[in-house]
Design a protein around this ligand. Sequence first.
Ligand code: AMP
Ligand code: ZN
Length: 136
Amino acid sequence: MDNCIFCKIIAGVIPSATIYENEEFKVILDRFPANEGHVLIMPKEHCDNLFGIEEEKAGRLFALAVKVAKVMKETLGFENMNLVQNNGPVAGQTVNHLHVHLIPRYEGDEVKVTWPQMDLTDEQIDAVKIKLAENL
Ligand code: AMP
Ligand code: ZN
């Protein structure tokens, strides 16, 4: 993808702080981190977002995220972490190349990964449940 900043990082055209890579995935430090030790994991083959990745490959991506998270926890010495993955501009995706964020959390930090909770009725919950469950 010509205009994709992460494809350029993967191709080595743009430098990155790479901490791990294998045939399928690259793991780098976020250049503009939410917290110290903010890591990004991305597939080397371009895909825009979650809706474009094959499920088995997504499984391997998640397994790698767990492995990296454990090493981060031991090495950086934190106890709390957010795993964040944005899809589409409304959801906060700014780089259109699928990636997972691993964000260490420290007491009193300024990171926000929360949302206001809706107060739906049981009927409203049920209507959504039925629609999704019948297609899964
Ligand atoms: P998202 O908003 O989920 O698409 O996340 C994109 C992330 O890419 C942000 O956290 C940015 O800080 C990060 N980012 C943007 N440019 C670079 C870069 N050149 N190297 C590393 N991370 C970057
Ligand atoms: Zn790309």
